[in-house]
Design a protein around this ligand. Sequence first.
Ligand code: FAD
Ligand code: DHB
Length: 391
Amino acid sequence: MRTQVGIIGAGPAGLLLSHLLSQKGIDSVIIESRSRFYVEGRVRAGVLEQGTVNLLVDAGLGQRLMKEGMHHHGIEVRAGGESHRIDLDSLTGGKGITVYGQQEVVKDLISVREQQNGEMIFEAQDVEILGIHTKKPKVRFSQAGDQHELECDWIAGCDGFYGVSRNSIPESEIRSFSREYPFAWLGILVEAPPSSDELIYANHENGFALHSMRSKERTRNYIQCDPHDKIEDWSENRIWEELHSRLETIPGWKLLEGKILDKGITPMRSYVCETMNCGRLFLAGDAAHIVPPTGAKGMNLAISDVRYLSAALVAWYESKSEGLLAQYAENCLRHIWRGEHFSWYMTKLLHKFPDGSLFDERLQKSELEYLFRSEAASKSLAENYVGFSFE
Ligand code: FAD
Ligand code: DHB
């Protein structure tokens, strides 16, 4: 088998890269370890920055997104029995965010790749990357018991944090940074209408909680839990009890319950692999960096990487120019580190740190008070939340 760009992973990064390349007449093959059913059903991110929406719309992927996506002009932060609305609209000169599930983005992308006969290989096993320092790198994998080798000009590692791509770079060449957090998020998808028009981020003495949504009929709620907790430790009663206590801190506000359709626990970490390119292998999205989900940045950063990678590959195919490929990591990393900082800030602001000192608690309280009282602090949060533009 042969293609121009071999793409590992059918998450938002890999699928979008394949689509953007095909719009410029460049062939790619996507190799994914999971089934299409699994990939389309995986419940994850929900918040798209305006820049992400614009890119998807410009790429012809706006049909369902514009109809079903919910544009939000603000978010609410609750702490210490008070509520503070961050008016994204007025603080950022008219920008906002769109709530549209990652799995919907993935479905839209798979559908468009399918219509255009783009090759997607699902349920690939034993995926291996070979010869990244040669001009013809290869992806070796097996599927349904048969061994295959895909020869490429370039390989894009879009296989998430636990994929094989990053590990194909010699360890001595990897420059990386990481931070673990002493908590995780338990997320549920619920058949119930949203209890609020906007997302609610809550700081509570029991821990963080978030009320989000997917549609007029479905909500998505998260609670901070112990990173060692198993999902079986959390009965439905216990989940609802904690959500009610942590979110219902404003007189008269009630959280609507409903049937839980999906639940899972996600660990939290910050990680950046600055070595986003090695020979003919490029990393994009969670394969190169992870943020704690509090700032809603992960998928937006993955899409930002793909914007740079697709432009760099197109320039190479059109004029054999290597300039943008050489600048790829540097261009992406400005956005990545901004997203890392903001996600760390939101995480620090809103979570209960089990190992935190009283001094840390006082600092957090003061930071929240500053946010609630200072327009400059709200403006900074808003500017980062909708997506900071370096242009
Ligand atoms: P992934 O989506 O992880 O895709 C990688 C793909 O590669 C997967 O399909 C995987 O099966 C496949 N793969 C893995 N290993 C192999 C292999 N060896 N061979 C072949 N294929 C392989 N981000 C936001 O922007 N906004 C949010 O609101 C937000 N909320 C979040 C909430 C939660 C609870 C979580 C967990 C994440 C959230 N994120 C959010 C982060 C976002 O989901 C990720 O950043 C995003 O999925 C990254 O996309 P990706 O394509 O890089 O990686
Ligand atoms: C959602 C996830 C986030 O991480 C976040 O900050 C806001 C919303 C969500 O899944 O809806």
